[in-house]
Write a protein that binds this ligand. Structure first.
Ligand code: ADP
Length: 295
């Protein structure tokens, strides 16, 4: 199975013609609350792609916490290890303007309490085939999870988002790093994906850099890099494309598919998600992915 150690956030999204300046009040057109957080999104993507998925993290004691847990349950994610921490759930306050630009404030809330593993978490990680990690939890929690996986020989897949320099302990416990182009540039100090992959391979054994509509690039120590094209589709909303890709990629890897084939299957999943509006709500289920991947 797959374990995700990561964030859950309620996305609070206001749609407005033009975002307000400091001191200004504007009237918005629409407001939506959408379950999100990179951890939860990857968990939903993997579960819908057919994975046996368990989520470690925390929601708050507010109403959002109830909804966040229910959203994961509803997609088939096991939430037994998702704790409920006193106080508010994580929230992302998002203003989307008419040009599709956005401004976001993330308040970690309950996610901020996940700076260590709880009793029982390590046993769940030990029994998994892969542990998915991102950087929306305190680094101490992410490192604790990665090191637990390492102790038990469980493969770790790290999405280094939001982009930030990674501590050596975390790199040392990472098997597969999956940055997008921006994150790869921040980590490697170069905007050329090939050069970035080469630089990152000095720190981790395997790298997949996602390249948006251009697909994804795989690099491993001692092998020629491989680029896998993305299907050509009409994108209407690329929110959480990367999380859909990683969730599906993990399922394919755990099923034993070799890397370029796993990436092609994950690309089919991500391409389906960008053709529909929404984040986790747009993520495809296994039969659709198989059908799209065969086409
Ligand atoms: P993120 O969402 O993290 O910024 P990317 O933009 O690189 O990451 O997208 C992740 C993956 O989603 C890509 O590798 C690709 O497979 C798929 N994808 C993203 N945008 C498109 C698109 N416009 N058309 C087809 N596939 C896409």
């Amino acid at each position: 199975g797959i374990v995700v150690l990561g964030s859950t956030n309620m996305d609070l999204v206001a749609y407005v013609a033009k975002a307000p300046q400091r001191g200004e009040t504007v009237t918005g057109r629409e407001f939506r609350t959408v379950p999100g957080g990179k951890g939860a999104n990857q968990a939903v993507a993997a579960a819908r792609a057919g994975g046996d998925v368990s989520m470690i993290g925390a929601v708050g004691t507010d109403d959002f916490g109830v909804r966040l847990r229910a959203a994961l349950d509803g997609s088939g994610v096991d939430t037994d290890r998702l704790r409920t921490a006193d106080g508010p759930s994580g929230t992302a306050h998002i203003v989307v303007d008419d040009e599709g630009g956005n401004a976001i404030v993330v308040v970690p809330g309950a996610n901020g309490t996940v700076d260590h593993l709880a009793p029982g978490d390590e046993a769940v990680i030990a029994a998994a085939d892969a542990l998915l990690l991102q950087l929306e939890l305190p680094l101490a929690g992410v490192i604790a999870g990665a090191e637990a996986a390492r102790r038990h020989g469980v493969r770790t897949v790290l999405t280094p988002a939001p982009a930030q320099p990674l501590p050596p302990e975390l790199l040392a416990a990472t098997d597969l790093l999956v940055p997008n182009e921006h994150e790869a540039a921040v980590l490697a100090g170069t905007t050329d994906p090939g050069a970035a992959a080469e630089a990152l391979l000095r720190q981790v054994p395997e790298v997949v850099i996602t390249l948006g509509a251009a697909g994804s690039l795989y690099a491993a120590r001692g092998a020629e890099p491989v680029t896998v094209r993305a299907p050509r589709v009409r994108a209407v909303d690329t929110t959480a494309a990367g999380d859909t890709f990683v969730g599906a990629l993990a399922v394919a890897i755990v099923e034993g598919r070799p890397m370029p084939a796993a990436m092609a299957w994950a690309s089919a999943a991500a391409a389906l998600s960008v053709q529909r509006p929404g984040a986790s709500s747009s993520m495809p289920y296994r039969p659709e992915i198989d059908e799209a991947a065969d086409a």
